[in-house]
Design a protein around this ligand. Sequence first.
Ligand code: ASP
Length: 353
Amino acid sequence: MYNAPAMSERARVCVIHVGGTIGMVQGEHGFTPQPGFLEAYMRSMPELARPEVPRHELVVLEPLLDSADMNPDDWRRIAAVIAERYDDFDGFVVIHGTDTMAYTASALSFLLPGLGKPVILTGSQLSLADIRSDGREHLITAILLAGTAPIPEVCIYFAARLIRGNRAQKIHNQEFFAFNSGNLGPLARIGASIRITEHRVRPRPEGPLRPLAQVRRPQIAAIRIFPGIDGGMLRRFLARPIDGLILETYGNGNVPSRDASLLEALAEAAQPPNEVVVVNCSQCHGGRVDQGRYGTSAALTRAGVISGFDMTPEAALTKLYCLAGAGYAPAEIRAKMQQDLAGELTVDPLTRP
Ligand code: ASP
């Protein structure tokens, strides 16, 4: 159980608004972000003016976006805002759409090595304009947690649970319980009391924040294996020079193997001169890739595909993007993809938290 400490000096939280349903209003073309709406709403909330709520400052990243419109440049912009203001705040809240929230949360965890403060992404299924909006409580709790909780991680706060950002996936587009981390229990449960699961929280790192500089825009792709896929389709997909590919496979990491052309296309991609880093992630929400457990995955190792272990495809894609963007060579990227950099994977399943 965790009780927010009585603040001797009021904590300071930087709230970064990037978009999402929470601040949208329905118009002629459906729900779209409404500039000024969230700010006005927050100003009208008596809860946020209370002395036990951390002092908070709002930064609006323009243009506000539906998160379906966000791309890796937006991850970098958010990381830069956090890095610039890092010393002035105790924590950060990022107000974001739910569609790609798991990607942004994962990317931020890789772009901000050395993070020693909470960065909490939140949003809602219903706009604050709706009387049943889930956004109101999300905003209040995210600001409280960002200012006071001893959780030096990028997290998602949604539906009464705080989960690690690079373990999260959007699992529902209707239920308020929209996010889950299939391979890691919640870092905190928020009910009548706030209960932090301390053994799951990463230790506060030594030293300063060391933002990962991005020196190039790599080409990273993901493809979901499906019955009927063949080598020809994959070759066409890989034709554009790409740096990395997330292969979303069945079950424990399996692909169709009766037709050799798929494995040949993968082997070609992994070899020089292309040296595409191909990472095997499961389509399942929980569990891990065990390359070689079945004959239908053993051939992937021979084709040069590496296991993504229990990483989500979202974490693997953003990690690949950030590492390639930082200018690492393919061999270094392959090694780092199989290391735990920010709590995104468990190399040894027996040590699972
Ligand atoms: N399309 C919206 C977005 O991701 C959905 C949401 O926020 O729930 O921005």
